[in-house]
Design a binder for this molecule. Structure first.
Ligand SMILES: NC(=O)c1ccc[n+]([C@@H]2O[C@H](COP(=O)([O-])OP(=O)(O)OC[C@H]3O[C@@H](n4cnc5c(N)ncnc54)[C@H](O)[C@@H]3O)[C@@H](O)[C@H]2O)c1
Length: 251
């Protein structure tokens, strides 16, 4: 039997990039996945391509929309075993030149979005003794120029993961995070010009030197699938680093 056979799964921000790869791999491994995204066209296209169980869109900054989408997913699937909090945005700016509005926006998506989606899903996950995987980042572990507010949001996601895991342990619900390095998605494509301008190094060279190669969305989907599966039944409150050794290196 496939490791995710029959698991009922809701993935935020799964119309593209890492979320879409997670939805695709989970479906391939036997899960029934509901796709959710801010971009309804991308969500529909992803669901059609993947053969997902359905679509329940929301903007994760809107708690009412999140609650409605989680309920829609539960109705479609007959319950919920796994929540993947993947929706996230980046801001590329020197920290102290970033506008307060933009700072609030990235916290609203990356941190508050993770919080409200966990809250909406928890009653259903308790019923199923399910689990949550939050997509954090190595930016939550170390600092990076141009990614100050992003780093702060991802550190917050790691801490939300830890505390939720400890508080939920008596219920049997597990909560983990994954921390990818640079992976090949539209998000990183948007960052390349600013990183090249700041470092004066071609982005491909920077990536080769620091992490061997660019990660693929599938690299991240693999670890997410493991954490969501029953094989990870003793793993909770953890954050898994996937970065080709970037954070292991001092030079
Ligand atoms: N790509 C990387 O190198 C990398 C590295 C570490 C962590 N991450 C994290 O992985 C996650 C996915 O990143 P990605 O690279 O696939 O990004 P992406 O920009 O390629 O895709 C993000 C998806 O999320 C959706 N989204 C954005 N804001 C939303 C909102 N408010 N509500 C619902 N959906 C929303 C977008 O429409 C898009 O479909 C993010 O949390 C990101 O921070 C990415």
């Amino acid at each position: 039997m496939s490791e995710l056979e029959g698991k009922r799964v809701f993935v935020t921000g799964s119309g593209a990039g890492i979320g879409k790869a997670i939805a695709a791999l989970f479906t391939e491994r036997g899960a029934r996945v509901v796709i959710s995204d801010l971009n309804a066209d991308a969500a529909k296209q992803a669901a059609d391509e993947i053969g997902a169980a359905g679509v329940a869109n929301c903007d994760v900054t809107d708690e009412g929309q999140v609650q409605a989408a989680v309920q829609q997913a539960v109705d479609l699937l007959g319950g919920l075993d796994v929540l993947v909090n993947n929706a996230g945005i980046e801001v590329s700016s020197p920290l102290l030149q970033q506008s307060t509005e933009s700072f609030d926006k990235i916290f609203a998506v990356n941190v508050r979005g993770t919080f409200v989606t966990m809250k909406a899903a928890i009653p259903h996950l308790v019923e199923a003794k399910g689990n949550i995987v939050n997509i954090a980042s190595i930016a939550g572990i170390g600092g990076s120029p141009l990614l100050g507010s992003y780093c702060a949001t991802k550190a917050a996601v790691i801490q939300l993961t830890r505390v939720a895991a400890v508080e939920m342990r008596p219920t049997g619900v597990r909560v983990n995070a994954v921390c990818p390095g640079f992976a090949d998605t539209a998000m990183v494509e948007r960052l390349v010009p600013d990183f090249e301008a700041a470092t004066q190094v071609p982005f491909g060279d920077l990536v080769a030197a620091k992490q061997g190669r660019l990660g693929t969305p599938q690299d991240i989907a693999e670890v997410t699938a493991f954490l969501a599966s029953d094989r990870a039944s003793w793993i909770t409150g953890s954050h898994y680093v996937l970065d080709g050794g970037l954070t292991a290196s001092l030079v």
